[in-house]
Design a protein around this ligand. Structure first.
Ligand code: ADP
Length: 415
């Protein structure tokens, strides 16, 4: 059966976050790494294509989104979703506006909603202003992001800089009145020639109302949060089972390896907690030795699980960056973990947890993984996934900041 929802995500861990929301809503969901036309996909209600287009040149981001759209339409997807970050990560040139413009054109659609709000993660929108926790986006740490500094919190203004089309607000009093009120406002805006309706949203109920109002739109855009309302639209049309489908069983067999390439505070604490219970292998980024790391991991696999990490402290990171420069140090860490993953899978390890967005991308690509069936959640936004192919691998890919201090232990089922 054709997927009911086809989604295009501008980065990999964001795609996984969206998958988690859809699975929670009872949709059988598959994530692919880019377009995977040649891969035989399992039956799915939703297919989420993970791109790496958030900070690519706009023309490249548009081309990859259109290629993904072509494929999702070939698969027969009935509704399209463009997923971006809940902090609206973009530059004055894009890529949210240019990609959304291209998708609207290709779908021959007049209007879509713009809803990055994700109250469960502290992202809310009021009077068109995006808040991160209690602070305006422009006063959050996102204002100093190295690639996409967000120095303006007014989403109508931010998006208007990225598109020639009209952008207008759907204020909170309309959203609070429910799905019908939002739907009517969207119709009015479309009649006025508006292409983008930025929706206020403060609560999960707001997201559900907005999601329900989007039932007939060919294209929905937003963070993972607004997808909360989409499975119910489909269920109302009796196209989806009334009770959530059982998701893929959690993987349980064989030893597991945790590869930590993120150096975020959250991941370092997760590594510390795991290392207190299981063997740990440290890789020196300045002088990486994959053979030695592989031998050390293999010798320790009898314990059932091993954690490999590239930094015990921020001093390790500073030292590596001083010696190699930030870019080469990052590449060195990613390369060694990715090669280690490849060798360990060859040696029979079939359960791998990766910490770090970029690191996850490097590992998945080294393993040649093109598509993943999404299973049960370990922590919000981080599900177990099973790769399509032989052998099927159980993978959990988390962005550095995700998960509580015992995340790795939870993933391994020992907490
Ligand atoms: P996050 O999700 O926390 O941003 P990423 O994997 O996206 O994690 O980014 C972390 C980056 O830090 C990766 O490029 C990784 O290779 C790099 N890195 C890991 N260990 C070190 C280290 N010791 N020194 C310098 N860079 C490192």
């Amino acid at each position: 059966m054709a997927p009911l929802l086809g989604a295009i995500a501008d980065d990999a861990t964001g795609a996984t976050d969206l998958c988690s929301v859809l699975v929670r809503g009872g949709m059988r969901t598959v994530q692919t790494i880019g377009v995977a036309r040649d891969v035989p996909l399992p039956e799915a209600d939703a297919v989420v294509v993970a791109l790496k287009s958030r900070t690519a040149p706009a023309a490249e981001a548009v081309a990859s989104a259109l290629a993904a759209l072509d494929w999702l339409r070939e698969l027969g997807a009935r509704q399209l979703f463009f997923k971006y970050c809940s902090t609206f990560d973009s530059t004055p040139e894009g890529n949210i506006g240019p990609v959304a413009d291209a998708l609207l054109d290709a779908l021959n659609a007049e209007l879509t909603v713009v809803c990055p709000a994700y109250p469960a993660n502290g992202r809310t929108v009021y009077n068109g202003h995006l808040f991160v926790g209690h602070r305006l986006l422009s006063e959050s740490s996102m204002a100093r992001h190295p690639l996409t500094p967000m120095t303006d919190s007014d989403l109508v203004r931010v998006l208007a800089r990225q598109t020639p089309r009209a952008v207008r607000l759907v204020p909170h009093d309309v959203v609070r009145s429910g799905a019908r009120a939002v739907e009517r406002r969207l119709e009015e805006l479309a009649a006025d020639g508006v292409a983008y309706a930025v929706t206020d949203a403060l609560t999960d109920d707001d997201l559900v109302a907005i999601g329900a109002a989007c039932a007939a739109l060919p294209l929905v855009t937003g963070g993972a949060g607004v997808a909360t309302g989409l499975p119910d639209n489909i269920r109302r049309r009796r196209l989806l089972a009334p009770v959530p489908q059982p998701t893929a069983p959690p993987p349980s067999n064989g030893p597991a390896v945790v590869l930590a390439g993120s150096v975020s505070a959250a991941t370092r604490e997760q590594v510390r907690r795991m290392a207190a219970r299981f063997p740990a292998v440290a890789v020196d980024v300045v002088d990486p030795d994959v053979d030695r790391a592989e031998r050390a991991v293999r010798a320790a696999l009898g314990a059932g699980a091993v954690v490999v990490h590239t930094a015990s402290s921020l001093e390790d990171v500073a030292r590596a960056q001083q010696r190699l420069g930030a870019e080469r140090a990052g590449e060195a860490a990613e390369t060694v973990l990715a090669e280690l993953a490849r060798r360990l899978v060859r040696d029979g390890v079939h359960r791998i947890v990766v910490a770090g967005g970029e690191t996850s991308g490097a590992v998945v690509s080294a393993l040649g993984v093109r598509a993943l069936r999404v299973g049960r959640e370990i922590a919000p936004g981080v599900p177990w996934m099973t790769s399509v192919g032989d052998p099927p691998l159980a993978l959990a890919l988390k962005s550095g900041n995700f998960g509580g201090p015992e995340f790795f232990l939870q993933a391994l089922g020992v907490r």
